[in-house]
Design a protein around this ligand. Structure first.
Ligand SMILES: [Zn+2]
Length: 475
């Protein structure tokens, strides 16, 4: 090939690269406050997600790859586990083991409080969140969750309430917040406890929010203005389970991608919650928890794609509010193929099987067992524990010793037969659980980008707030 021909091509290629660099500079460089380092900040909170939950998802993905014939190692399957800075965090609240309200308050406001309190001291004194402080400083704010929009974790970033149950009032505060983007689940209690109040969608619309509940309207959302993007299909105002995802659902990562599209062009702060990891872990449902962690991790990947565009000004922090269930992985989990086999066969979330087992007495043991094998892919598992649990499930609720310590330890507030089948299936994969509640375990923190170095080490959950303030140069 002659020089004459390559020269224009080379020039063209160089020009393209220069144009890309200029474009990146236009997209990234924003005349922000002097000294501000992190201009685009993502805080990912996996509700109930401890180290074992992250590892379980990693083993599942490794097993999946091995199953599909790819060589796979246990490590580095999750984007969140590949971030260069790692730390760990204490999660206790003023009540002891934390709930999501006190934990959300600690992360959002830097203050320890009592369980149940949303960005207050539990007695009327309000604390200001990192999101509110950022917003007052001209930073656009996005709040994304798989839970309903007024659930404790997201609420701690925009509302104040001494008790987390005041969902209608919390929803009104959402409408008043002025934050640019809310997305994921819908409104719980949209007309108040008496069902007679003005709808929360209407309240938000009157404050200038565009509220979308269809895929077409979601796709049409464009920058400028404020938006509330709600998944077309909801389950008790939550987004549908990831293990149960269908066409027409908008996955969490798409809500994050849209948030980036809507908020970019200026500084922004986005909080993204994987809210159903916690629900699955409460029920000791490892298969559902794993799918929630994977869906959450895809959302982290969206943020990482943005970081690759604006590496010097983007900060991504991935953490949790507390661990749920006391999940433990034993040596059996090292068999990644067996682990994947067990965890990929479950047909849906625990709650669907629980629903079916309302007919357990009518079905009898044999038919219920065959339904369990079908749903959990259990093999021929009719252990003593499973039989005992079935007898309890077949007993009318009012006749069960549901308050006895033994019953609560075995089944918590869940259907006994469902829990026993999941336990059996989980044990085969090397997954065991301590409790149906939250634990005081340390939770991991992973970070990358501008100011991420501060997130290394071991510290209290309240420090996330102070480290974010520092990284964003807000005071
Ligand atoms: Zn919980």
């Amino acid at each position: 090939m002659s020089d004459k021909k390559t020269a224009p091509r080379l020039f063209f290629r160089v020009s393209l690269r220069a144009a890309a660099a200029v474009l990146a500079a236009i997209v990234c460089l924003y005349p922000a406050l002097a000294g501000a380092s992190a201009k685009y900040v993502f805080l990912f909170i996996g509700d109930g997600m401890g180290t074992a939950q992250r590892n379980a998802a990693e083993i599942f993905l490794a097993g999946k790859r091995a199953h599909e014939g790819d060589s796979a190692t246990r490590d580095a399957q999750l984007a969140m586990n590949s971030l260069p800075v790692t730390g760990e965090m204490l999660t206790g609240s003023l009540s002891g083991v934390t709930d999501s309200a006190a934990a959300g308050t600690a992360l959002a406001t830097g203050r320890k409080t009592k369980n149940g309190a949303i960005a207050t001291d539990g007695s009327g004194k309000k604390y200001k969140s990192i999101a509110s402080i950022a917003h007052e400083n001209g930073v656009k704010v996005g709040i994304v969750t798989t839970a309903f929009l007024q659930d404790a974790t997201p609420a701690a970033f925009y509302a104040h309430s001494d008790t987390r149950g005041r969902r209608y009032e919390i929803g009104l505060e959402l409408a008043e917040s002025g934050f640019e983007y809310f997305a994921g689940g819908g409104f719980s209690n949209p007309n108040g406890k008496d069902k007679k109040q003005r709808g929360l969608t209407e309240a938000a619309s009157s404050k200038g929010y565009m509220v979308t509940t269809t895929k077409a309207a979601f796709d049409a959302l464009a920058p400028g203005g404020k938006a509330i993007a709600i998944n077309p299909r909801l389950q008790s105002a939550y987004m549908p389970w990831a293990i149960d995802a269908r066409g027409g659902d908008i996955p969490l990562d798409e809500f994050v991608k849209k948030g980036i599209d809507l908020l970019r062009g200026g500084r922004f702060f986005m909080m993204v919650e994987g809210g159903k990891i916690d629900l699955a872990c409460h029920a000791n449902d490892a298969a559902s928890a794993i799918q929630e962690v994977i869906a959450f991790d895809k959302a982290v990947s969206e943020a990482l794609a943005f970081l690759s565009e604006c590496p010097d000004e983007t900060l991504i922090v991935v953490t949790s509010d507390h661990e749920t269930g006391g999940m433990t992985l034993s040596a059996a989990a090292d068999d990644i193929m067996a682990f994947y086999g067990a965890m990929s066969r479950q047909a849906g979330p625990y709650s669907r099987f629980e629903g079916a087992m309302q007919q357990a007495a009518k079905y009898g043991l044999e038919k219920s067992m065959s339904k369990a094998r079908e749903f959990f892919g259990l093999g021929a598992a009719e252990t003593e524990a499973v039989r005992k649990a079935f007898a309890m499930t077949a007993t009318p609720k009012k006749n069960r010793p549901a308050k006895s310590a033994e019953y609560r330890k075995l089944y918590g507030p869940y259907d006994p037969f469902t829990v026993a089948c999941m336990k059996e299936m989980n044990l085969r994969a090397g997954v065991s659980w301590d409790t149906f509640y939250h634990t005081g375990k340390l939770v991991p923190v992973s970070a990358v980008g501008a100011g991420s170095g501060a997130f290394a080490g071991s510290y209290e959950n309240t420090e996330i707030f102070t480290k974010l303030l520092e990284a964003m140069d807000l005071h």
